[in-house]
Design a protein around this ligand. Structure first.
Ligand code: KG4
Ligand code: ZN
Length: 332
């Protein structure tokens, strides 16, 4: 079995995954969202302090598996430095006391593996990764060969929802709140310009759209109806931007498997547009169960199984954190 640890941002999570059949035997996550909500975003030092309490707490529940463990998988990149350290320190302590090797796991690769919990991988697969920190289109050949086809030039998709939510006076994280609010709104009322629609560049940009929303908020008298209409118009434009660029990227390319991963892949408006796209392209669409879209240790453990089988071990002295790692860009 593999014990996996995730602490790259504001979720403390531990999982146990059986190596031979990838079965998820245990998974627990303690989300810190409500603690950060009052500050309007994640406060790294607070997140680190909360991990230091939550992780040992969850660990108590998995002690019964200790004798059957073969390795410790831990997220070591990318993420917040002070929170990554919490998971990595725990992995090192377990490695020493239980005499187990460590599997360092890239958090973004972990998100890709959220599609393959308790099952085999479907490589090659094309991926849209939409989270609070990233907006990337990836072509995944195998564990080691991941090509980045497009990324954002500024804000990420999820981050733009968080920032719009903040401007509308909603709590963090904004994605689910803006989506709920948008469901009651008129998406035609505000005519936001789709970013980079005339540019041939295969890249995303969300900072301009965020500013368009800000200017509208400053002009309008903000009541509940206007908030819903802004949310709906913003969401429609944000998704349209993603879809325009994705269609451009795959214009002359075949797709066999397509997956959406990351916290913002829970957005149903985005899922609906991607379903249409995959139908047109005759591609199989893969989505993770909703509870495993956001950060969790189950995906790190599943990724850990492949890392284990490929012998991707590291020793304690070489286990470092890489908060700003952009591993996929290097693979292009
Ligand atoms: O993957 P994740 O849990 O954490 C990171 O690794 O960043 O993603 C969290 C992000 C937040 O920005 C959150 O607002 C966004 O995903 N998100 C959504 C939705 N649910 C979560 N964005 C749009 N629509 C949603 N339904
Ligand atoms: Zn994530």
């Amino acid at each position: 079995m593999i014990l996996s640890i995730e602490s790259s941002c504001d979720d403390s999570s531990i999982a146990i995954t059986r190596i031979k059949d990838k079965k998820l035997l245990f998974h627990k996550k303690i989300s810190q969202e409500s603690e950060h909500a009052k500050y309007g975003g994640v406060v790294p030092e607070l997140a680190a302090r909360l991990h230091a309490v939550a992780l040992p707490n969850i660990l108590e529940s998995v002690k019964k598996y200790f004798s059957e463990l073969k390795a410790i998988a831990v997220t070591n990149e990318p993420g917040l430095s002070v929170t990554l350290v919490e998971g990595v320190v725990m992995a090192k302590a377990l490695s020493v006391s239980l005499k187990l090797p460590i599997l360092p796991i890239n958090h973004l690769k972990g998100h890709i593996y959220s599609l393959f919990l308790e099952q085999d991988t479907n490589f090659p697969i094309d991926i849209l990764l939409v989270s609070g920190g990233h907006t990337q289109v990836l072509h995944v050949k195998n564990y080691d060969k991941i090509e980045m086809l497009a990324t954002t030039l500024d804000d990420s998709f999820g981050e733009s929802f968080d920032k719009v939510a903040k401007m509308l006076g909603f709590e963090y994280p904004g994605g689910p709140i803006v989506e709920t609010c948008a469901a009651q709104g008129d998406s035609e009322r505000f005519n936001f310009t789709v970013p980079m629609s005339n540019s041939p560049k295969l890249a995303f940009s969300y900072s301009g759209l965020k500013n368009q929303v800000r200017l509208s908020i400053e002009k309008e008298t903000m009541d509940d109806k206007t908030k819903s209409d802004i949310s709906a118009s913003f969401q429609k434009t944000a998704v349209k931007h993603l879809m325009q660029k994705i269609k451009k990227i795959y214009k002359n390319k075949k797709i066999e498997n397509f997956g959406i991963v990351g916290g913002a892949s829970a957005n149903l408006c985005l899922r609906a547009r991607l379903e249409e796209f995959c139908k047109d392209k005759k591609a199989n669409l893969h989505v993770a169960p909703l509870e495993f879209c956001s950060d969790n240790a189950a995906m790190i453990g599943r990724c850990g199984v492949d890392a284990f089988n490929l012998g991707k071990f590291t020793d304690m002295d070489n286990l470092a954190i890489h908060p700003r790692s952009n591993e996929f860009a290097k693979n292009v």
